[in-house]
Design a protein around this ligand. Sequence first.
Ligand code: CA
Length: 249
Amino acid sequence: MVITSSGIQSHIGLVREENQDSAGRFPEHASGAVANSAQVFAVADGMGGHRGGREASQIAIRILGEKFEAEPADGIPDRLRSAFEAANLAVRQQGEANPEFQGMGTTLTVMVFSGDTVCAGHVGDSRAYRISAEGIVQLTDDHSMVAEWLRKGWLTEEQARNHPERSLLYRALGVGSDISVDVYENIAARPGDRFLLCTDGLTNHVSDEEMLEIVMAEEAQEACERLVDLALERGGYDNITVQTIVVGP
Ligand code: CA
């Protein structure tokens, strides 16, 4: 598998005083053949207090990078789980050690391309999608109360979209001593497929159909910029972060 191009864009949005989203790719200029080493893409959406959210999302991305730069001990799914556990611990310890950061947490959504396989790891309400000529598929489940109520049929899509508590999470990094990580193995990827990672600052304003249309029409970086611009045009009150990855043969 080859990563033929990738794009990244993050914006503070129109209302917040700070961008508490973080994004990372490891190695930093990840593109080209995915040989034995893993190529890792991630977004994190921090929450809690003044400065805390930014600190939490930055810690999560940093720990993830360290874990994947270290020599691989075992398979990607296990490395993902241990990276999430280490990030959870690091955010929690920093929160406990510093009153300024108390109660902070973060989402973390990660895609790893290695050899012929694609895996994802996920906690929170950031999202990973696969996009191809056949359509757009959300690969991750949102760990928000509203998404859970929607899955149970207690809310309609319309009610969920405008729900006042839609940012309330039941799972996030840094808020408990144990973390349950959703790990997706063997994600299908064919030449020409695109993958998108984003925080809820995008999905609050931009529909899946619009993401499909823009990502299929534009180069990887231009797609990220157009998606962020669209969210801003529609009010963009939250921080907005997007990454796109295009795979070749
Ligand atoms: Ca957010």
